[in-house]
Design a protein around this ligand. Structure first.
Ligand SMILES: [Zn+2]
Length: 213
């Protein structure tokens, strides 16, 4: 049956489903969703779910709390190392559903406080800090090209390659690891090797003499 003109649509009914109220505060609109959490407890683990109809405010609060709790409680077990990321991933869908709602109106009971965003809560900050530290310690040094040591006459070192290949490292002259000592290039003789110019601090020829054992 066609709706008579000039008559406003009744807000709901007539085929339009009534909006679901939020389970927590009673506000509308709300959406049915499942927010998940995970606790890894070394030998056992717990999958936590909060299923219900939530408004944007209460849903955001649940999502943030359970996601943030998972970030610090979720990893303490072998299986949990897999379960925690899956939980976090599944919560992205719940978050999207909740965030697509307009701001709720007409709450009958107090709403849950959304609190701070997940990324600025302590667990996320600690994980971010640890990742940055790991990056600094393990990755960055590999990206920086290593500069060869620069030698001067009188220095000692060792060759980590087989002569005449040179992969030189500076070693103290009194060290047992020292394999050669350096003089100026004009003083090379016998079994000595001329050192690649890249190892010379002053771009002058240097000569490596075997240490007398
Ligand atoms: Zn609510």
């Amino acid at each position: 049956m066609a709706t008579p003109p000039h008559q406003p649509l009744p807000p709901y009914g007539f085929g339009r489903p009534a909006p679901l109220p939020c389970d927590v505060c009673g506000a509308i609109p709300a959406v049915h969703t499942v927010v998940r959490g995970h606790q890894g407890l070394v030998v056992t683990l717990r999958f936590l779910t909060k299923e219900g109809t939530f408004c944007r405010t209460c849903g955001t609060s649940l999502y943030r709390k359970m996601t943030s709790d998972t970030l610090w409680q979720g990893w303490w077990g072998l299986l949990s190392a897999f379960a925690a990321p899956v939980t976090l991933f599944m919560n992205i869908g719940a978050r999207r559903r909740i965030r697509s709602l307009p701001h709720p109106v007409g709450n009958l009971r107090p709403q849950l406080a959304p609190g701070r965003r997940v990324l600025v809560r302590l667990p996320a900050l600690i994980i971010t800090g640890a990742l940055v530290a790991a990056l600094g310690v393990f990755v960055v040094p590999r990206l920086i090209p290593s500069t060869p040591p620069s030698f001067m006459a009188g220095d000692c070192g060792r060759n980590n390659a087989e002569w005449p290949e040179q992969d030189l490292e500076e070693v103290g002259c009194s060290s047992a690891e020292a394999e050669f000592w350096l003089s100026e290039g004009g003083k090379c003789w016998g079994m000595d090797w001329l050192v690649y110019l890249e190892y010379s601090a002053e771009q002058e020829m240097l000569c490596a003499h075997p240490m007398k054992k």
